[in-house]
Design a protein around this ligand. Structure first.
Ligand SMILES: C[S@@+](CC[C@H](N)C(=O)[O-])C[C@H]1O[C@@H](n2cnc3c(N)ncnc32)[C@H](O)[C@@H]1O
Length: 276
């Protein structure tokens, strides 16, 4: 969609906010932003893997808007795609902060992209990515993912080091706040990152929802991870329960990457430190 051809990122952001502020002016800005994220996440998810309950939520969500408002949501998504295009970078988090709708009680202060980039460059230089010389992929855990800014910065490092994130990375992200988790889902999906995003609590290990990105499904990551775990003696090579529910039939198309074990990224301290 040539909605904003030739515009600078600043002009695109202004255009996003202009369209956003025109939508359902009688509703609270938080509700409109949340609904935009739900619609975008569901469209991306159900394009790759239909989920009836999510489709119902999609229909119910649009039901609260006039026709011209419903037509504005895809325009916002088109601008988001353009804003994300130059590099993996958190766009939704800063927009959310700028709209002043973040929950301070839940610690929703998203890390500025420049800082996430700096941390990723310091933590994931060539040395920490060395295992990719022999392992088919690495996995990373983000227990307080917010909009996914830190994972996007890691994706940037991987690309700069010559790795294809869709093949060499699998991310597990958790956020207790559904809107934050779905923002993460949208941005990782648009950057084609194989990932599992959990709406849940990293401290109590409560899981409320599990969302797999299109790259997870299309890359048969359920099978890849099961095989990795089986080779490491942690499983029986059958998909985990969440996978069984949603994964496509992989019996005809088992991926053919070599059988070297993968490598879980461990930051100094504990794996769970990434993100807090
Ligand atoms: C300071 S933000 C950081 C987000 C992201 N890592 C970043 O750097 O932009 C902390 C995030 O943790 C989430 N959070 C707080 N407590 C949590 C918990 N117990 N389990 C999972 N997420 C949690 C909040 O909803 C919020 O999105």
């Amino acid at each position: 969609m040539a909605i904003s051809e030739g515009k600078t990122p600043d002009a695109l952001r202004r255009q996003f906010l202009e369209i956003f502020h025109q939508i359902a002016r009688h509703k609270h800005r938080y509700d409109v932003f949340r609904d935009f994220v739900i619609l975008a996440a569901t469209a991306l998810h159900n394009g790759a893997m239909m989920d009836e309950a999510r489709e119902t939520e999609y229909v119910n969500t649009t039901g609260g808007y006039a026709r011209e408002d419903i037509e504005s949501f895809p325009k916002l998504l088109a601008i988001l795609v353009e804003l994300l295009q130059p590099e993996p970078r958190d766009i939704l988090g800063p927009l959310y902060m700028e709209l002043e709708i973040a929950s301070r009680e839940q610690g929703q202060f998203f890390t500025p992209p420049e800082l996430s980039d700096l941390m990723a460059a310091m933590n994931f230089g060539p040395d920490l990515l060395k295992p990719l010389e022999t392992a088919p992929f690495i996995t990373v855990s983000e227990p307080a993912c917010g909009a996914g800014g830190m994972i996007l910065s890691l994706v940037k490092v991987l690309i700069e080091e010559g790795h294809d994130p869709a093949e060499r990375l699998w991310a597990h992200c958790v956020d207790v706040n559904r809107l934050a988790a779905l923002m993460c889902y949208v941005q990782l999906s648009l950057w084609n990152v194989p990932a599992e995003i959990v709406v849940g609590n990293s401290l109590t290990l409560e899981t409320r929802e599990v969302w797999h990105t299109p790259a997870h499904h299309l890359g048969f990551w359920g099978a890849r991870l099961a095989r990795r775990d089986a080779e490491a003696g942690q499983g029986d090579a059958s998909p985990a329960p969440a996978e069984q529910e949603a994964a496509p039939d992989t019996s005809q198309s088992e991926p053919t990457e070599d059988s070297a074990p993968s490598f879980d990224v461990q930051l100094p301290g504990e794996q769970m430190d990434f993100g807090f």
